[in-house]
Write a protein that binds this ligand. Structure first.
Ligand code: NAP
Length: 346
């Protein structure tokens, strides 16, 4: 069966996903597009060879009879309204992160999905689909390093756009660690603290860079993550998980080991896209498979809400310089893995 896909938001990642779904992956055809830049979207539709219908209103894409499932890849502030509209129409939706820009918005989506009674929402946290993170999770779950005690992580970008500032290091960058670490460690966060040290000279305007986020989980696991988005030397994602009997580390991306000109070296990627390009393919191919089967196995609306709520606590912690409790609503049984009657499949 081929799923007919509508895409809301045709900027950078919306166009990438459209090409990926239409030309690269199996089981999908992109039939409808929407973006507030109507003309640019018409040009994209033709120039890409997708030749989908372009709608001026996102609601019309959701309601189109020949659209089976939706991608929401507009800017973050529009996600909540657009995902709620997909749920109201009873159509499966893959929403790029963030699910919502506030915890309250994420919770409204959770409540709408539970009320609807069928799993419809998956959130675009692609690191769960990265081969390296999956291997790391297997190692942890197999008990190879015993009980996990700590994790040391880093999220480094060579540079960020001029409009990147304020709390975006948390809400846009660190949000990926927030999701993937919860999944890796099978645990929820209970407190957050943000430490700011000396400001890097490359950080412009109100961007304080680097920062360090300290999280504590319900089992007492301590996580520190350095977020350094103007490091210049590369896009460098690190994750070292310390257990009672060993340390398990995220594998480095495959790279030729070079001996040349008096030195031994391996490349460090400069961009996030090549680092996670394969995981986007796996993520959307599995989403197509699951959507056809009427289930969600990737990050759920609950996971999206949890990430937004934790990001909100981290932002508060950065401003207050205090250790902030992470307050989470009671998790509906709907999202409990393995619960009889739950629509959520592991
Ligand atoms: P982008 O290039 O700015 O694309 C967003 C597009 O949506 C723009 O064309 C924007 O128009 C349009 N738009 C804004 N509001 C809209 C609305 N209400 N209805 C329809 N279209 C609307 O941004 P992007 O880099 O593609 O990012 C899109 C989303 O994906 C963001 O939430 C981002 O965080 C997420 N993302 C995730 C990853 C990942 O690794 N998972 C990577 C990249 C991006 P204007 O330009 O006129 O505002």
């Amino acid at each position: 069966m081929t799923l007919r896909i509508g895409i809301i938001g045709c900027g950078a990642i919306g166009q990438d996903h459209a090409r990926r779904l239409h030309f690269k992956l199996s089981g999908a055809r992109v039939v409808a597009l929407n973006d507030i830049n109507l003309e640019a979207t018409q040009v994209f539709s033709l120039a890409s060879g997708i030749n989908a219908r372009v709608y001026a209103k996102y609601q019309d894409v959701i309601l189109a009879e020949d659209v089976d499932a939706l991608l929401v890849t507009s800017w973050g502030l529009a996600h909540e309204e657009q995902v709620l509209a997909c749920i109201a129409a009873g159509k499966p939706v893959f929403c790029e992160k963030p699910l919502a820009t506030t915890a309250a918005g994420g919770l409204r989506i959770v409540e709408a999905e539970v009320k609807h009674g069928k799993s419809l929402v998956q959130v675009g946290f692609m690191r769960r689909f990265d081969a390296g993170y999956r291997a790391l999770k297997q190692t942890i779950d197999a008990g190879t390093i015993g009980n996990v005690l700590m994790a040391h992580c880093a999220h480094r970008n060579p540079a960020v756009p001029a409009n990147y500032g304020g709390d975006m290091a948390i809400t846009d960058s660190h949000v990926h660690e927030l999701d993937v670490l919860r999944w890796l460690l099978n645990d929820d966060y209970v407190t957050a603290q943000v430490v700011q040290g000396r400001k890097c000279r490359n950080a412009q305007g109100d961007l304080h860079d680097p920062i360090m986020v300290l999280l504590e989980t319900s089992q007492g696991i301590r996580i520190d993550t350095e977020i350094f988005v103007t490091c210049r030397f590369g896009y460098d994602i690190q994750c070292h998980v310390v257990g009672e009997t060993g340390v398990a580390s995220l594998p480095e991306p495959a790279s030729v080991a070079l001996r040349s000109e008096g030195r031994q070296s391996t490349e460090i990627l400069m961009d996030w896209k090549p680092r996670f390009i394969d995981s986007y393919d796996v993520e959307l191919q599995e989403w197509l498979r699951d959507t056809q089967a009427g289930r969600v196995t990737g990050p759920t609306a609950w996971d999206g809400y949890f990430a937004s709520a934790t990001a909100e606590a981290c932002v508060e912690a950065r401003h207050s310089k205090q250790i902030v409790p992470i307050r989470i609503a009671e998790r509906p049984a709907f999202y409990e893995r393995g619960t009889p009657g739950s629509k959520y499949q592991v």
